[in-house]
Design a protein around this ligand. Structure first.
Ligand SMILES: [Zn+2]
Length: 340
């Protein structure tokens, strides 16, 4: 399985036959390459939705399918542009294929080297910039035990109002770079939805309801958001496993043996002194980087009596028990509450 050759961004104004009934794994038969679809609606300002930037996160696609079924043979309430991302990886239920970059790290502002996928992302932004945009929504799943939440790259009132339509948990981040929402935040209110684990009906229904509201709303509410409406957390560090350390949830010979119920800590207030696992490594077996990319590991972690412990009160997110995800993406993010 090699790298897809993406010459030009594929664009269409009609959906392929069979789209409403296909599965995420079979979608590549209808949409073999990443493709952008433009569907007209009663309101001309466009809702932009991207799905399957990660091939093993099907909830956005399933929610969109439900939305398109609802308006089948009708005019949509608002114009809708849809980007179907990594359908090739979805075929194999993988985040991305070997040799492909992460489709949610290739957008303008990215730190990744030139690639066909990066050029494609640039083209999408140029195309969408020509339109009057209502909002941008990028839909994801995660693997651990996480509540549903919306991520924003700006704390502007319209971004927070849009996020609050999804739920009261909002995460603000400015790192990693090259994400879909970070570039669309320059063009319109933009959110990334985290809809829990794949395969949960409640996730699909929640994303569908949100997308449907975004098609109907005359405008994003403009009254000031208050702390009664949302809980906002700011990402202060991304935590990965150190390059020179091995890790496992089961192998006691690994440099870092992680606790097997780690994901219960997601979105919980974790006091300092809390252990994430045991280690016999001489150095810290994890690496924490702040939003600027500076190493800040010792601000958050220390080793005490062969335990890897948190050294300040913090709220983690995206902790997962999936070793592959930890290796490919990260162990978790660390967050602090923002008062508004
Ligand atoms: Zn994702």
């Amino acid at each position: 399985m090699g790298n897809t050759l993406i010459d030009m961004l594929q664009q269409f104004t009609d959906l392929p036959d069979g789209l409403l009934d296909t599965t995420p794994a079979n979608l590549h038969q209808l949409i073999p390459q990443p493709s952008l679809f433009h569907l007209p609606g009663k309101r001309s300002d466009t809702l932009f939705v991207s799905v399957l930037l990660h091939g093993n996160e099907p909830t956005g696609f399933l929610a969109l399918q439900r939305l398109l079924q609802k308006y089948h043979r009708q005019t949509l309430p608002r114009s809708l542009s849809i980007f179907f991302g990594n359908t090739e990886a979805a075929r194999l239920n993988l985040r991305r294929l070997d040799g492909q970059p992460d489709f949610n790290r290739v957008w303008p502002g990215t730190a990744l080297p030139e690639s066909p996928e990066r050029l494609m992302a640039e083209q999408i932004v140029e195309v969408m910039r020509q339109r009057k945009l209502f909002a941008s929504i990028d839909v994801h799943n995660n693997t651990g035990l996480n509540p549903h939440y919306a991520c924003v790259n700006k704390l502007d009132n319209d971004f927070l109002q849009l996020a609050a339509l999804f739920g009261r948990l909002v995460v603000h981040f400015t790192h990693p770079k090259g994400t879909q929402s970070s570039v669309f935040a320059e063009l319109c209110p933009a959110v990334t939805l985290e809809c829990g684990r794949p395969g949960q009906e409640y996730g699909t229904e929640h994303a569908f309801e949100f997308l449907d509201s975004c098609l109907h709303l005359a405008e994003i509410p403009c009254h000031r958001i208050t702390k009664q409406d949302v809980n906002i957390y700011h990402t202060v560090a991304q935590v990965t496993i150190a390059d020179d350390a091995t890790f496992s949830f089961s192998d006691e010979a690994a440099d870092l043996l992680l606790n097997h119920d780690l994901d219960r800590m997601n979105f919980a207030d974790i006091p300092n002194g809390t252990a994430l696992g045991t280690t016999r490594h001489k150095k810290l077996p994890v690496l924490a980087k702040n939003e600027q990319g500076d190493e800040v590991t010792s601000r958050f972690f220390s080793i005490e009596e062969q335990q890897l412990v948190i050294t300040r009160p913090i709220m983690p997110s995206m902790l997962t028990l999936d070793e592959r995800v930890i290796r490919l993406d990260c162990l978790c993010y660390l967050m602090e509450r923002i008062e508004i």
